[in-house]
Structure formats: C-alpha cells, structure tokens
Design a protein around this ligand. Sequence first.
Ligand SMILES: Nc1nc2c(ncn2[C@@H]2O[C@H](COP(=O)(O)OP(=O)(O)OP(=O)(O)O)[C@@H](O)[C@H]2O)c(=O)[nH]1
Ligand SMILES: [Mg+2]
Length: 432
Amino acid sequence: MHDVGLRPRERAIIAAVVKKGADPEVVREHLDELVLLLDTAGAIVVGRITQERERPDISTAFGKGKVQELKELLELHPADMVVFDDELSPAQVRNLEKELSVKVLDRSGVILDIFAAHARSVEARTQVELAQLEYLLPRLTRMWTHLSKQFGGIGTKGPGETQIETDRRMYRTRMQRLREKLRDIDAQRLVQRKGREGLPRYALVGYTNAGKSSLMRQLTQADVFIENRLFATLDTTVRSLELPSGQRALISDTVGFIRKLPPQLVASFRSTLSETLEADVLLHVVDIANPHFRDHIRVVEETLEALGAQETPQIIVFNKIDLVTDPFLINDAEAEYPNCVFVSAERGLNMMRLLQRMQETYDESAILRVLEIPYEDMRIVNKMYEDLEVLNRHDGDHAIRLSVRVPSDKLPLFNSRYGQYTVIAEHPLSQS
Ligand SMILES: Nc1nc2c(ncn2[C@@H]2O[C@H](COP(=O)(O)OP(=O)(O)OP(=O)(O)O)[C@@H](O)[C@H]2O)c(=O)[nH]1
Ligand SMILES: [Mg+2]
C-alpha cells in the first residue's frame, strides 16, 4: 500500500475556500463532514479556517494575507498538517508546504487514505493502490522534497530530479501491472456471473453510512460488515432473495458515495460498481435522520450520472425512520420523491412493503414482448437467452415463439438487434 500521508492520531487544521455569499450552514456541514473523514482516518482536528473568494488562488489556494493568518493559527494550535476541503493542484500543495512547514493534504488524499486502510480483498486493495498511484504521480516532486529533507539533501536539485524520474518510471510500471491484475479479476467475475443470468437484479446505492449493508443483511441474512463509520464497505457482495411473487432475485451491496469522491477512485472502482451499473432497479438508500439528506441524494445522483446509471429505475429507500421525531418530515419527503419507501433496516420495519415495491418497480420497468423466430435463426434464439430474460418458449411447427422481458431503457437496443422479427404481442409486464 502506498501512503498518501496520514498517520493515526495526527493533529490537523482544516481549511476551505468558500464562494462569496455561500450559505454558512452549508459551509459548516461540509467542514463537519471533513472532520468526520479525518476522524475515520484517525486524525484529530484542532482548528478550522475559511476564506471567501470567487475561486482558489492559483498558487496557494488562500490569498497572501490568509496564508499568513493560517501560519499564526498553526503557532497557536500546533498541528501536523493542514487539510483543504478543496482539490489542490500539486503546485498549490508544494507552495503551501513551503510556506507553512507542515504537511498539506486535500480531501481526496484523506479519502484515499481511508480506502487504503479499509481495503481487504485483493480486488479492493488493487483498485485503491491504483487510485493512490494515479493521485501521487503528479505530486511526486513533493514526495522527493520530503525525502531530500529527511536525508539532508536540500540543494541537491540535480540528483533529486533524476530520482523523481526513476520514481515516476517505477510508478508507471507498477500501475501497468495493477491494471492487468484488475483485468484478470474482471474476467473471473464474468465467469461467476454466467450462472446468474435471467434473474432480476437490484443494487443498493447511496451515501456512505446510509445503511446499505444493514438493509442487505435484513433482506438476505447475509453476514456483511456493518459499522458506524464512513466507507465500511469497499467490496461488492451479491446475495439472492425471494420477491413476494416467489421469484428469486439478486441484490448487491457496494461502496458508498460521498461529496467530491476522488475521480481516481471512481475510475478504478468502475468494475466493482459494474453490478450497480447492470442492475434492473437501484435501491437508493438515504439516511432520512441526517438533516442534510437532500444534499446526499443530489451527490449520489451526480455520481450515478458520472457512471452512466442515471436511467436505471430507482426506488428511494428512506432508512433510519426509527430516529425520525418530526412527523412532517415523512410527509414532505413523500411529496418530494415519487417512488419512495420508508424503512428501518436495523429494526426490520416495512421490509414487506419494500419488497413489494421492488417487485412492482421491476415489473413496470419492462414490457413483455412475444416474438416469432424461424428455426433457421436458432443462433438468434440462443443469443436472446444470453441477452434477456426469456419468460416462455413454445416450439411451433415453423417457428419458435419466445416471450421476453425487455427493459424499457433497452428498447431501442432491442429494436436495432431484433427488429426484423415478427412481434405477436406486447404489453407492460406488470399486467402479465
Ligand atoms: N437507528 C438506525 N441505525 C441504522 C439503521 N440502519 C443502519 N443503521 C446504522 O447506521 C450505521 C451505518 O450502517 P451500514 O449498514 O454500515 O451503512 P452503509 O451504507 O453500508 O455504510 P458504508 O458501507 O460505510 O458506505 C451503522 O451504525 C448501523 O447500525 C436504522 O434503520 N436505524
Ligand atoms: Mg456498507
């Protein structure tokens, strides 16, 4: 594992550039979340500082005067590092470290550190290491300045540069190997998936700590890891469950999202998230007891969009209703979010209602189409079994009659692939 820079029980001052006229309540919430992230990483926050600016200063994020103020704050409350809520460029980090003489990190660096500490499986460890190297590569100069200080090498610029080049090459080679390893893991996953085709697939998604794993356990009795901390889950787990109709279905639990999730992580976790991307219905779990749940919903929507899963039918599962004391909250949420259910994963409240909604949403998300395919196109029949859920088959005298479930969002693709065959009947699946 590569170290992005955090040691347990280190002391930190947190900093943020705030847009002029920003809501102070929102600013506070964002900083509170950074405190929580640092706490999860094992560090203690000893001070906060913000500056109102249209955009961060290109070389030091804060303006000159504010950097001075930050220096004074550091004298008053000694800390091992300053952590910015904003994404910092490698140059900003370098300049700030020079000015402040302490380690400077950004939010992405902290999240990467947490992921590194929580990764267990080979796949998660490989993905996190790749993301870390991608994050570190452009920041290597800074790493070297650290090293050169450590070895008393200040002023040895020439050898330093050579060292950086060597390190960069090493990093690139390592990244290449990690990518190959992930490709192999991906290939294995495809094999594992073969046996599961044709079953309805649900994916739990949501902000970190919303209760996805708790819901997974409640619905399937799976022995998944649950903890009151951020990013408890990093691997995808798939389990089966039974819908009210008696039909078997699959459900997956995976890594949670957060505001400003480092793009390097989203990229390297893409294959872990493939269960999510291929699901028929998303269960978007929301901690309704969190006063900022609307922001969390927005962040999750944005992340789903970045992954290309925004079209998948979705149920908003408001969780932790056992903690809700305001009776209007549920009414308001219900009016605001059309397809939603209120549950408590921990207490097992409203599980049957959720399962029913899961069934309905799945049925409504598709049409039933009956097609006739001539025997000479047997190849196509086989392909359909691979592509789609075949609900019924009748081998007639001249043709094979197949009833297939076509997800609404896949209809154009279906038409382009199988449009030439005669459609005998078609209706919404929920009426079949
Ligand atoms: N009161 C209450 N607490 C809950 C409920 N569901 C989950 N929790 C708690 O919320 C915390 C987070 O639960 P998890 O199931 O680990 O959440 P997660 O969404 O999987 O979180 P990550 O994997 O970290 O993204 C735990 O402390 C759970 O015990 C609920 O219905 N009511
Ligand atoms: Mg979890």
